[in-house]
Ligand binder design. Structure first.
Ligand code: FAD
Ligand code: SIN
Length: 540
């Protein structure tokens, strides 16, 4: 076992993790340095795949206002967004996005050199910045990776998985145990502050827009440490992922394509969104997803289509070069043919409960980005608010930590010693087929904890998940990264299913066929290890 210590450890190198690392080095001199760990390569994560863009209520867009953005966010959030969080994130967007531009991130501009703003569903105005047409995430991710690699104050560990947080007898976080999947070695890393920036949970579902690493690790690390988790039942299913044969990781067809005028049609070319909402294709995401789901069900279809014929050829090719390229590889010319689409798991609205500085219910542990629950998204995230939340919360946490004690802890107690010993024990030599096990769980979650849920399906899923858990490796130590991921997926699936079973109403992205009504007053659900009931918290 190796040992090391840092002032701050950041777990996860998406946009939230990398931006927080950069901001921390600017704010303060770290006596014990900053460590950024990533279970795959630097910059791998959901961030890299973001297409549509990032919300910014910017001084360059005088027709926009925070009031308008706040209203749109609250409306999409279906009564479960926290007003303070929405206000703070919206009002910080101008300063933070200009700061982000300072890292060499070039958002798209028109021929006059002015920033371009696009429209996405449920926004009442064009306010979404994009880069590289539809490659916003990749452009920001690449820009931040470059800055991180050039910054001598940030140590980067790639191929390194955080497997357990070190929690002292007093219940404070003192670092993490990490596993290097290349060398097969473990390292105990002590830190004054530990930041979870581990992203989402899309891989729990058969069809998802999320890449391989989105296995809910951060939720499970926080849950096992005793942190409070909030609103886990709210999983966003994006309406339009590319529905072609082969591979269940679905390529996203950005909402911005609908923002530019594309229409949803069925197999016979019939438009159908006017039946479901007066904003048609630009209705909130949960509504469009359920509309497509309902059309597919009623008409026995496995997909619908996105008709782009109203967008002129040069606009579509200039605005959506990545989408055009991927579709071309799949034999679809998007300037001529409709794009086959169907919904896929996309985003986790709930997460580790935090305040606006990223503080969780555990001292020394913070969460930012998709793994966190700040209260911004409520029951349904407004398009392009996620990247904004990543950067604003990374920025505010770095500011908060500049006033904190940054010396890594020295005294390690018996509780932590015991945790470490768990990883020094031998494991039995049972071999698990994790690919098959993951696929079985993903199918179960898609069928029973997906777009439409019911008591019967959720109860069946919970029982099966508990059975799968009982059949899996019992030692703390697993054989490899895949086993750790599968174990995290099982735990996260159980938590999400439990939360979904307990919410006996439909709200935002959580739709119960047996409880279709929305209760008058929204309440957050809270889950914490050792507490047998899901608790509810009144909105502020
Ligand atoms: P991620 O970028 O997912 O990064 C998580 C990091 O944590 C990764 O580096 C991962 O390897 C690491 N990690 C995870 N577990 C561990 C562990 N146990 N140990 C070590 N490391 C770990 N949002 C928008 O606002 N606008 C958009 O246009 C948009 N488009 C999207 C398109 C797609 C296809 C997808 C999938 C999402 C999109 N989103 C969009 C959502 C947005 O991209 C994500 O919510 C956001 O990027 C999450 O960033 P993050 O830094 O929190 O996590
Ligand atoms: C998209 O481009 O449709 C995704 C935007 C988002 O998830 O916010």
């Amino acid at each position: 076992m190796k040992y090391s210590k840092y002032s701050v450890i950041i777990i996860g190198s998406g946009i939230a993790g990398m931006y927080s690392a950069l901001k921390l080095t600017e704010h303060t001199n770290m006596p014990d340095g900053i460590l950024l760990i990533s279970k795959y390569k630097l910059g791998d994560g959901n961030s890299k795949y973001a297409q549509g863009g990032i919300v910014g209520v910017l001084r360059e867009n005088p027709t926009d206002s925070c009031v308008s953005h706040i209203n749109d966010t609250l409306k999409a959030g279906a009564g479960l967004s926290e007003i303070n969080a929405v206000k703070f994130i919206s009002e910080s967007s101008d300063e933070v996005i200009h700061d982000l531009m300072g890292y060499g991130i070039d958002f798209d501009k028109n021929s006059k050199g002015e920033l371009c703003f696009t429209l996405e569903a449920a926004h009442s105005i064009r306010r979404i910045l994009h880069a590289g047409g539809d490659a916003t995430g990749r452009k920001i991710d690449e820009g931040l990776c470059k800055c991180v690699l050039e910054n001598e104050d940030i140590t980067v560990y790639e191929d390194t998985l955080a497997v357990e947080l070190l929690i002292s007898k007093e219940g404070e976080c003192k670092g993490v145990i990490a596993y290097n999947s290349i060398t097969d070695e473990y390292e105990v890393i002590y830190s004054a502050h530990t930041i979870l920036a581990t992203g989402g949970t899309g891989q729990l579902y058969k069809y998802t827009t999320n890449p391989a690493g989105a296995t809910g690790d951060g939720l499970v690390l926080a849950y096992n440490a005793g942190a409070e988790l909030r609103d886990l039942e709210f999983i966003q299913f994006h309406p339009t992922s590319l529905a072609v044969e082969g591979g269940e990781n679905r390529f996203l067809i950005s909402e911005a394509v609908r923002g530019e005028g594309a229409k949803l049609i069925d197999k016979s070319g019939q438009e159908f969104m006017s039946k479901y909402h007066d904003k048609r294709e630009l209705a909130p995401r949960d509504i469009v997803t359920r509309a497509i789901n309902s059309e597919m069900h009623l008409k026995h279809l496995d997909k619908v289509y996105l008709n782009t014929s109203s967008i002129d050829r040069s606009t579509i090719l200039n605005r959506f070069p990545t989408i055009a390229g991927v579709c071309r590889k799949n034999g679809i010319d998007i300037t001529k043919s409709p794009i086959p689409v169907s919904p896929a798991a996309h985003y986790s609205m709930g997460g580790v409960k935090t305040d606006l500085n990223g503080c969780t219910s555990i001292k020394g542990l913070y969460a930012i980005g998709e793994v966190s629950s700040t209260g911004l998204h409520g029951a349904n995230r407004l398009a392009s608010n996620s990247l904004l939340e990543c950067v604003v919360c990374a920025w505010s946490l770095a500011d908060y930590l500049s006033f904190a004690n940054l010396v890594a802890p020295k005294m390690i107690d018996g509780t932590i010693k015991e945790t470490i010993e768990g990883y020094e024990q031998n494991i039995d030599d049972v071999i698990y087929n994790t690919d098959k096990l993951k696929a079985e769980l993903q199918q179960l979650m898609w069928d029973n904890v997906g777009i439409i849920r019911s008591e019967e399906g959720l109860t069946e899923a919970l029982k099966k998940i508990q059975f799968l858990k009982s059949m899996f490796r019992k030692t703390k130590r697993c054989l490899n990264m895949d086993e750790y991921e599968y174990r995290n997926m099982l735990e996260a699936a159980e938590l999400i299913t439990t939360a979904a079973l307990n919410r006996r109403e439909s709200r935002g992205a959580h739709y119960r066929s047996d409880y279709p009504q929305t209760e008058e007053h929204g309440e957050h659900s809270l889950i914490k290890k050792g507490e047998t009931q899901v608790a509810y918290q009144i909105l502020h």
